[in-house]
Design a protein around this ligand. Structure first.
Ligand code: ASP
Ligand code: MG
Length: 413
């Protein structure tokens, strides 16, 4: 008998029929002897609908009041699911974040969980009840309702699993696991049986949207075994684990992530003196712009070219700041480019294998794709390329690192 926390996302509880299906699923686990705590999101589209309502009153709704409102989405689904369980003869009880006492800080719309009172839930479990908890919300010390940021129900699920020392946290969603890359780009993408927290974190930060990044961080920190599964299809899903040993048999690269949301800025002909990087990037960070990749190159005439990437939303802002820096420093020119994309290969296997980066560059060279920037970490190599070659690059790398499914269309179902 195990204690399992099961989190169901918005599409899994998007209609009353689906909520009934979720209830069937929960009942099956419970009939099998497991203790179950369920965390649910709002019905799909509901959180957006609520935010739109608020925006009709004000462009910048008061965060405290926004939280009071958007937290209602989850309050509806917990009650509906509890009703559906009780109708099936499964004793169940629903709680809001406040009722559990999921204590957070007071950073409305992006609060962090500080502490979870597990006692009440434990009493219910002992009494044989399935406990249904509202995701995405908590309460601060003063009793104000808070929310955890978009996609925050994943974090609620993981945090509850940690607090209850659950055997597993299962994230049910509309895909049947984590894939080697986006199956919409590569038809031969495969579901991974296992991936490490570290790799998952890289994949999530690089644009794979299966799990909220914070939830993965939390799960890694507290060693909560995490599994991503399809809500309505049977299957083992993907286990996210600490264990690198067991993935030794797997390919060197676990996945290929990509990101279209970046833009590139270059300041050329800057006098090459100590403090240049700081003079350029200081004002950029003061303007609240996050910098991703950085490349600096020294020319023969003792000037330097300095290139970096930012989120595309920050591009205009960064360009303005850079132009005024260029004037001050007497730089030759400022160039910007938004038609770029970042492609990354991710895998803990890189630690023990040489030549991974050059294999990547070879695959891109074969397709005549020009690499504009490169950055590496212990378990990742990223390149910036022209956006129009993105899909070609991802497919070429997927093949080069032997990630293609044996027969096309076999696994992507
Ligand atoms: N309902 C919230 C959102 O849409 C939280 C979640 O679904 O995880 O962001
Ligand atoms: Mg979600």
């Amino acid at each position: 008998m195990a204690l399992i926390v099961q989190k169901f996302g918005g599409t899994s509880v998007g209609t009353v029929e689906r909520i009934e299906q979720v209830a069937e699923k929960v009942k099956k686990f419970r009939d099998g002897g497991d203790d179950i705590v369920v965390v649910v999101s709002a019905m799909s589209g509901e959180t957006n609908r609520l935010i739109d309502l608020a925006k009709q009153i004000s462009d910048q709704p008061v965060p405290r009041e926004l939280d009071v409102m958007v937290s209602t989405g989850e309050q509806v689904t917990i009650a509906l699911l509890a009703m559906a369980l009780i109708k099936r003869g499964v004793p169940a009880v629903s709680y809001t974040g406040n009722q559990v006492r999921i204590l957070t800080d007071s950073a409305h719309t992006k609060a962090r969980i500080l502490q979870i009172d597990a006692q009440r839930i434990q009493r219910d479990i002992k009494a044989g009840r399935v406990v249904v908890v509202a995701g995405f919300q908590g309460v601060d010390e003063k009793g104000n309702i808070t929310t955890l940021g978009r996609g925050g129900s994943d974090t609620t699920g993981v945090a509850l699993a940690a607090a209850l020392k659950a055997d597993e946290c299962q994230i049910y969603t509309d895909v049947d696991g984590v894939y080697t890359t986006d199956p919409r780009v590569v038809a031969k993408a495969q579901r991974l049986d296992k991936i490490t927290f570290e790799e998952m974190l890289e994949m999530a930060s690089l644009g794979s949207k299966v799990l909220q990044i914070r939830a993965v961080e939390f799960a890694g920190k507290y060693s909560v075994p995490l599994r991503v599964l399809h809500s309505f299809q049977e299957g083992p899903g993907t286990l996210i684990t600490l264990d690198e040993e067991e993935s030794m048999e797997q390919p060197i690269i676990s996945g290929i992530a990509f990101n279209r949301d970046e833009a590139k800025l270059t300041i050329r002909g800057v006098p090459d003196t100590p403090g240049v990087a700081f003079k350029i990037l200081g004002p950029i960070s003061a303007a609240n712009v996050e910098v991703d990749m950085i490349v600096q190159n020294v020319a023969h005439d003792n000037t330097t070219d300095f290139t970096f990437t930012v989120h595309r939303n920050d591009y205009n802002n960064a360009l303005q700041v850079l132009q005024s820096i260029a004037n001050e420093m007497g730089a030759r020119e400022v160039i910007g480019d938004t038609d770029i994309a970042k492609v990354s290969i991710v895998g803990v296997g890189m630690r023990s294998h040489a030549g991974v980066a050059s294999r990547m560059f070879e695959a891109l060279a074969k397709e005549n794709i020009n690499i504009q920037m490169i950055s590496t970490s212990e378990i990742k190599v990223s390149v910036v390329i022209e956006e129009k070659y993105l899909e070609l690059a991802v497919r070429a790398l997927h093949t080069a690192f032997e990630l293609d499914a044996p027969t096309a269309g076999n696994t992507a179902e």
